[in-house]
Design a protein around this ligand. Structure first.
Ligand code: FES
Length: 100
């Protein structure tokens, strides 16, 4: 599913994008662009599912203050048991596809 235009994403920083999954359910994904590549993560915190937010160079869950690395999604601090779940991506032209 196309979730964003590559040219519309900030380079080197995370962007949180609202979209829908294959069943039409609303979901939010973290997109991290580095030049012509993009990594995508489920924006739901692995603790209790709150949506993370970009904060400086990291991603923060404000429900119980878990912190995730802003490039790899790895857990850095807080009660989350693991890092954010990475999603498969593909870039075709200017379209960023994410498997949802
Ligand atoms: S839901 Fe994210 S830290 Fe608890």
């Amino acid at each position: 599913m196309v979730v964003a235009a590559l040219s519309g994403l900030p380079d080197g920083r995370a962007a949180i994008v609202a979209t829908v999954d294959a069943f039409g359910r609303p979901v939010e994904v973290v997109l991290i662009r580095n030049g012509s590549t993009v990594r995508a993560f489920d924006a739901r915190c692995t603790h209790r599912g709150c949506i993370v937010a970009a904060s400086d160079s990291n991603l923060v869950c404000r429900c119980h203050y878990s912190v995730f690395d802003g490039q790899s999604g790895a857990r850095l601090a807080g009660p989350a048991p693991s890092g954010l779940v990475e999603l498969a991506t593909a870039i075709v032209g200017n379209d960023v596809f994410v498997s949802l």
